[in-house]
Design a protein around this ligand. Structure first.
Ligand SMILES: NC(=O)c1ccc[n+]([C@@H]2O[C@H](COP(=O)([O-])OP(=O)(O)OC[C@H]3O[C@@H](n4cnc5c(N)ncnc54)[C@H](O)[C@@H]3O)[C@@H](O)[C@H]2O)c1
Length: 325
């Protein structure tokens, strides 16, 4: 059955989403299903949703298992790949060799399979961590990518491998680099996600101790709201390839400091208390990242335009946490 919103001019009909049960994967899958695209989610066992919906297949496995992936291509014949499966920065630092296998080697094998099975499009989720921490601010997107951590290094490797397949096999490889994402789903272990955690703490209330910001008050990096990540990605996936003048685009939402996050929360929840206790690792990392990323190309080539500024993101997060305490 095809959704009532089905678009007769779809760029692809069946998308394999790796990491499809993750935060971004679930949301992107739902948007694609709404538009009439069939979805195959591939993710590790234990991540499956409790219920499945029409036109969605859930397959469990490890992305390092090439035979399992090949079987998915053979049995489901996807005509697009949306590659989101990844260890994130904290897990990559904790297990560098797994990070290289999952993020880099398995991605190369997936590109190879996608090319062999002649998919129409291959999307890859990259990150501003590909740029490292000694960059200009505002940062042009053609700034040399010399990441300062392994997570960023694996993501650069895949960007380059994707361009290899684009140049040599005409694979429609396209990639977006996201900045820090304000998300209600940021796990507590994600220390750079303290702005999202602060909004959550303010809505939960009742904290005896003030919320700890692990950076100096003036520190802040380029950020955007999760909803803009999802909508931006969908717009990008649906953009005709002739309009893309480059394979990878960096996105920027807004610049906001830790002090501004605290002020905005206190404007809404006057009883909320925050304190700044510098964690050297987090502070040094975030101080080195730009507060503004120049994303003019995404804006001019395919109409990227974030819907949420910082205040609108704060509204969204407060509403979410009040409805889902
Ligand atoms: N959220 C952010 O702040 C952000 C910023 C920049 C880039 N990204 C990128 O966007 C993508 C999605 O991020 P997310 O926020 O949804 O993270 P997430 O952790 O929720 O999703 C990643 C998914 O990959 C799956 N996965 C991990 N190892 C796997 C393996 N060996 N085999 C199969 N699946 C495996 C996980 O189970 C998870 O469901 C990632 O590639 C991430 O690097 C996210």
């Amino acid at each position: 059955m095809v959704s009532a919103n089905a678009d007769t001019h779809l760029p692809f009909r069946k998308a394999l989403i790796t990491g499809g049960n993750g935060n971004l994967g679930r949301l992107i899958a739902s948007e694609l299903l709404d538009r009439g695209v069939e979805v195959i989610k591939f993710d590790i066992p234990g991540t499956e949703p409790e219920t499945t919906v029409a036109n969605e297949s859930i397959i469990t496995g490890d992305i390092r298992d090439k035979a399992a992936l090949e079987a998915v291509f053979e049995s489901h014949q996807p005509d697009a790949v949306i590659h989101l499966a990844s260890l994130l920065s904290g897990s990559s630092a904790a297990d560098p060799s797994a990070a290289w296998e999952i993020n880099a080697t398995a991605s190369f094998e997936l590109l190879t399979l996608a090319n062999t099975f002649k998919v129409k499009q291959f999307f890859f989720a990259s990150t501003m961590a590909t740029y490292g921490t000694d960059v200009p601010d505002p940062m042009p997107e053609d700034t040399p990518q010399w990441p300062s951590n392994l997570y960023g290094a694996t993501k650069v490797a895949v960007e380059r491998a994707g361009v290899f397949f684009k140049l040599t096999h005409d694979l429609d490889f396209r990639c977006l680099r996201f900045p820090l994402v304000f998300s209600p789903f940021a796990p507590p272990s994600a220390v750079t996600a303290f702005p999202s955690h602060a909004f959550k703490a303010a809505c939960q209330g009742g904290n005896a101790d003030p919320f700890v910001f692990p950076v100096e008050p003036h520190v802040g990096v380029s950020s955007m709201l999760l909803d803009d990540v999802v909508q931006g990605t969908i717009t990008f996936l649906f953009t005709d390839k002739d309009r893309l003048s480059q394979p990878a685009y960096s996105l920027h939402g807004y610049a906001v400091t830790a002090q501004e996050v605290l002020n905005e929360i206190q404007r809404r929840v006057p009883s909320f208390e925050g304190t700044f206790e510098v964690n050297d690792t987090v502070n040094t990392l975030l101080k080195g990242w730009p507060s503004v990323i120049v994303d003019d190309k995404a804006r001019s080539d395919w109409g990227w335009s974030p819907k949420y500024d910082f205040v609108a993101s704060a509204d969204w997060l407060m509403s979410y946490f009040q409805a889902n305490p």
